[in-house]
Design a protein around this ligand. Structure first.
Ligand SMILES: [Mg+2]
Length: 266
């Protein structure tokens, strides 16, 4: 039996671990369902900042993963929760898409014009406009306004090549104002991992963090003191593994071709 099957909890990245874009990785999905059947506590963490959990559940259903909405920690939800826990119900202006707005509202926050907002929430927006950036810029220039970003991803690997991530907006604001977010909620930062651990009701050393990116998933896991498993089914592959290991300081505790290999060890 693979030593990681001794762990009580699994914090699983989604893209590159159980699916690639809209396509599932069937043997990995099977492995996830097997973990759940074994009674392992499983949560999913994703830096996705454009979808609500409700929208995301559809993808999980299509993949065939037997998971519930509350096992899903997307940065839309994580950011909304973080703000509620630290600032109460807030007046927010966001650059984000309807999926982010939905989670912010579900947490009890009010979405208002930038002049009335206390908190700027930066999330990715595939329809970002000069007008939205102008409003975000003006909030950034006001040191009394809190500035929170969903996730730090600079670029995102889509099926036909890289596309801009939330970093497009964080970067633009930084270039204009020299200001970085007061808090970033997504991986490799700790907020998302802490919320996942809190939900699991487990200590970090009882948990393994699984992901396909050393600088995102492995670093996030190490920061909270969890074991880490790098899978080669996404951004990191068998072909580029040596280069990736050399490029980043953090080393994963375990490496497998994909999640199903947890069960292949005889
Ligand atoms: Mg990934």
């Amino acid at each position: 039996m693979h030593p990681l099957l001794e762990m009580k909890g699994f914090i699983l990245d989604v893209d590159g671990v159980i699916g690639r874009g809209d396509k599932p990785i069937p043997q990995a999905v099977k492995a996830v369902n097997r973990l759940i059947e074994m009674g392992k506590k499983v949560v999913f963490v994703s830096n996705n900042s454009t979808r609500s959990r409700k929208i995301y559940m559809q993808r999980f259903k299509d993949f065939g993963v037997n998971a519930k909405e509350d096992q899903m920690f997307l940065t839309t939800y994580v950011t909304a929760t973080y703000i509620k826990q630290n600032y109460g119900k807030a007046k927010i202006f966001t650059t984000g898409e309807p999926g982010l707005v939905e989670e912010l509202k579900l947490a009890g926050h009010q979405i208002v014009d930038y002049r009335d907002a206390d908190i700027l929430v930066v999330g990715s927006n595939r329809q970002i406009s000069f007008e939205i950036l102008t409003k975000a810029l003006r909030m950034c220039l006001d040191q009394d306004k809190t500035y929170i970003a969903t996730n730090p991803d600079k670029i995102f690997p889509s099926e036909d090549g890289p596309v801009p991530g939330t970093g497009m907006i964080i970067g633009a604001l930084y270039w204009m104002t020299d200001r970085m977010p007061d808090c970033i909620c997504g991986k490799p930062e700790k907020v998302i991992m802490e919320q996942a651990l809190d939900y699991l009701q487990l200590k970090a050393d009882e948990v393994v963090v699984v992901g396909d990116q050393i600088d995102v998933d492995v670093v996030a896991g190490k920061r909270v003191g969890a074991k880490t498993l790098l899978v080669l089914s996404g951004v990191t592959t068998e072909e580029n593994l040596d280069r990736m290991i050399e490029k980043f300081d953090e080393k994963p505790d375990f490496i497998l071709r994909d999640l199903s290999e947890l069960f292949d060890t005889l």
